[in-house]
Design a binder for this molecule. Structure first.
Ligand SMILES: Cc1cc2nc3c(=O)[nH]c(=O)nc-3n(C[C@H](O)[C@H](O)[C@H](O)COP(=O)(O)O)c2cc1C
Length: 199
């Protein structure tokens, strides 16, 4: 499928048919997520993968009883990671391992440190969450490209999700992305015209 077709045919699926997506496809999807862009390449996200049906049932009330949570094949819980000390350390190690020139390692680590050291905890979380949405975007279009469906979901209680899934702080569940095979039909697309969004 052409990318334009993927983007236009993807839709927020309200109900999946319960069939399981092969793990190899899920791994392909996660690979697409892994390659999402991020500021200074800090990749401030983590994804909790939920497949256990009992756990999905437990989570459903904390997601306004939305059926996608239980009817999906896999539930991806996109969490923002605001721990920049750790992210910068990890990126520094990765740059070294990947053979980046020392000057470049120093420059990137220095820039990331300078940029984040004056941020408040709230600013760090907001920054991480903004980027987590980019990773989510890869998952949404990626799912369609791999032949299955998805739904971006912000209608859930992050605290309840953290409790049930034992998500360690400071990670913050930010968006849900249930994936599976749709059991509904897309609604007509309603979008502002180009003239309304470009000025
Ligand atoms: C931040 C965000 C939160 C959303 N939350 C939900 C949700 O909780 N449940 C749901 O069914 N759809 C949710 N959606 C999907 C939107 O309603 C949907 O993308 C929009 O209506 C456009 O429809 P389409 O994606 O089918 O083209 C959310 C989308 C975004 C971007």
């Amino acid at each position: 499928m052409e990318f334009a077709e993927i983007v236009k045919s993807r839709y927020a699926t309200k109900k999946f048919d319960g069939r399981k997506i092969p793990e190899s496809k899920i791994n392909e999807l996660l690979e697409m997520v892994r390659f999402a862009p991020s500021a200074i390449n800090l990749q401030p996200w983590k994804i909790k993968l939920v497949t256990d049906q009992k756990v999905k049932e437990q989570l459903k009330p904390a997601a306004n009883n939305q059926e996608q949570v239980t009817s999906c094949s896999h539930l991806l819980v996109f969490c923002a990671d605001p721990d920049y000390d750790s992210l910068i350390r990890r990126l520094g190690t990765l740059l070294k391992k990947s053979g980046a020139p020392e000057e470049m390692q120093k420059m990137i680590v220095g820039m990331a440190t300078k940029f984040t050291q004056t941020m408040s905890p709230e600013q760090k979380l907001a920054w991480s969450q903004a980027q987590t949405y980019l990773a989510l975007g890869n998952a949404l279009n990626g799912a369609k490209s791999l032949g299955f469906d998805s739904c971006p979901m912000g209608g859930f209680d992050p605290k309840e999700f953290s409790r049930i899934l034992k998500i360690p702080p400071p990670l913050v569940p930010t968006m849900l992305c249930p994936v599976g095979y749709a059991a509904d039909k897309p609604m007509q697309k309603v979008r502002f015209a180009k003239e309304d969004i470009v000025f």
